[in-house]
Design a protein around this ligand. Sequence first.
Ligand SMILES: CC(C)(COP(=O)(O)OP(=O)(O)OC[C@H]1O[C@@H](n2cnc3c(N)ncnc32)[C@H](O)[C@@H]1OP(=O)(O)O)[C@@H](O)C(=O)NCCC(=O)NCCS
Length: 146
Amino acid sequence: MTLRGFRPVDVPFISSVVADALHEHYDPTLYQSLSTEWPDGFLVAADSQDVPVGFLLGVSQVEREARILMFAVDRGHRTVGVGTLLMTAFLERCRARGYHRVTLEVRVSNATAIRFYTRFSYSVLDLLRAYYSDGENGYQMARELG
Ligand SMILES: CC(C)(COP(=O)(O)OP(=O)(O)OC[C@H]1O[C@@H](n2cnc3c(N)ncnc32)[C@H](O)[C@@H]1OP(=O)(O)O)[C@@H](O)C(=O)NCCC(=O)NCCS
């Protein structure tokens, strides 16, 4: 497994994993535009044939803070460490930029992701009522960077 930056050719994979895993459908041009401000914050994990299997898209909208906007691994490649690889590299990049905090939002029903984030020292900051378009509540989670 290798980690690399986002490329426009990754959009079909990302759109399909976002639809399947996150139940969201975004305009394909969104990914390119989100990647321009902080290209290193958009990480893609790819197999030995350079086929993408997961990605993590982070942005920085608040000074010295990163926010994870999207994070997903293809179903067939979960629980073998791809998410850990992506998150570990992302946190390193945040530290390299001098960020002191990372935030994210997660559905309250997404126990798998909440457990994953807890293992990475994120904790719940806030309950976001009806945060998702289908009315589900979210948690805002965050961790400090030492
Ligand atoms: C959350 C998500 C990105 C994690 O990705 P992943 O590649 O499965 O993550 P990992 O394989 O690194 O870790 C997952 C679990 O497998 C375990 N694991 C990792 N490598 C392992 C291995 N070689 N053998 C056995 N277990 C392993 C980890 O300990 C971890 O357990 P934990 O979460 O209970 O602590 C993935 O579940 C996903 O895409 N979910 C759907 C989208 C989603 O919910 N995204 C977050 C929205 S906020």
